[in-house]
Ligand binder design. Structure first.
Ligand code: FO1
Length: 318
């Protein structure tokens, strides 16, 4: 490793992104900052719920339910069982330990704490070393437009199991949302890499990029920007990314991911199963690294994280 380790910035959303963020944290510790999507946030049963912040936090703390991807391991469901008995709204599953997060966040936000301050307090409590930052402390809500319907994100994703056809995604509030002020503390030239984690480009990364000033800010950092494709061999490892790609009129492939990020990324890491796409993607002016991008183990997360940072260094030398 030439010289001291510099810092890195990651953009992440749900489960896939959280895994790579965990690999980056293993390598960089508190030199990693993760900007997290808050477009999935919603108010439910009087609670402010921030699913992607919690998914990234739990995964980096090593306490995430690995099979489910969201929520905490070793959960009990007494609250949900009683809620159902009382005829409460039970479509969004809230574990007993998870309820503590939502209640604490909701009560402290009501006392005037910002989402960033609340995230820091929870990360301190869970022992997360990386710095987690909501993309904004202002509300942004992803709305799925399907025909005449305007469906709030969690209803689309959980209640309707991603069934409705996506005609358009709206990030309600983004145009007036302010970039997280703490991002201004990152000095240009201080980062060795910006990494777009393998999250859904439309549901997790685009909300972050939709905040006014974010794209320009990323470019002002003077760091190579690399992304890991969330599409492998034409499908998404988890979630509706490939389905949404088709519904928006695109071929589900790593080449579509490259085209989507064109102009903002310098390089794309694609899976070995997609190596035949390398030429097509390089023709877009985007460097390509072919490697294993499917993270089945903690070791895979670390390997892919190291590979992403190495690739970023190579891209920056070009
Ligand atoms: N996803 C589901 O598919 N079903 C659920 O019941 C569910 C509950 C839930 C509770 C807390 C939380 O932080 C996440 C939860 N998720 C659930 C995931 C959530 O829908 C996220 O938005 C997805 O992970 C997409 O990012």
């Amino acid at each position: 490793m030439s010289g001291a380790r510099k810092a890195a910035l990651a953009l992440a959303g749900g489960v896939g992104g959280a895994k790579l963020a965990a690999g980056l944290q293993h390598t960089l510790g508190d030199a990693l900052t993760v900007v997290v999507n808050t477009g999935d946030d919603f108010e439910h049963l009087g609670l402010h719920i921030s699913p992607d912040l919690d998914t990234v936090m739990f995964t980096l703390a090593g306490v995430a339910n690995k099979s489910q991807g969201w929520g905490l391991e070793g959960e009990t469901w007494n609250f949900m069982a009683q809620l159902e008995r009382l005829g409460g709204s039970a479509w969004f599953r809230l574990g007993d330990k998870d309820i503590a997060n939502h209640l604490l966040r909701t009560s402290r936000l009501a006392e005037g704490l910002s989402l960033s301050q609340m995230t820091q307090q929870l990360c301190d409590a869970y022992g997360v070393r990386a710095k987690l930052l909501p993309m904004s402390d202002d509300p942004v809500r992803t709305i799925v437009h399907s025909g005449e319907l305007a469906i709030p994100f969690q209803e689309y994703f959980v209640k309707l199991q991603c069934g409705p056809r996506v005609d358009r995604l709206e990030f309600r509030g983004a145009s007036t949302a302010r970039m997280n002020a703490l991002l201004g503390c990152i000095a240009p030239g201080s980062l060795e890499a910006v990494v777009f984690c393998p999250s859904n480009p439309y549901l997790s990364i685009d909300p972050i990029l939709s905040i006014p000033g974010v794209r320009e800010w990323l470019r002002s950092l003077g760091a190579p920007v690399v992304a890991v494709s969330p599409i492998v061999a034409g499908t998404a490892i988890k979630g509706p990314a490939a389905k949404i790609m088709r519904e928006l009129g695109h071929e589900p492939s790593a080449a579509t991911v490259a085209a989507h990020y064109r102009g903002i990324i310098d390089g794309l890491l694609i899976d070995t199963s997609d190596m035949d796409l390398q030429g097509e993607i390089e023709a877009l002016g985007i460097a390509v690294r072919v490697t294993n991008t499917v993270m089945k183990s903690d070791a895979d997360r670390i390997t892919l994280a190291e590979e992403s940072l190495r690739f970023a260094r190579e891209v920056s030398k070009r």
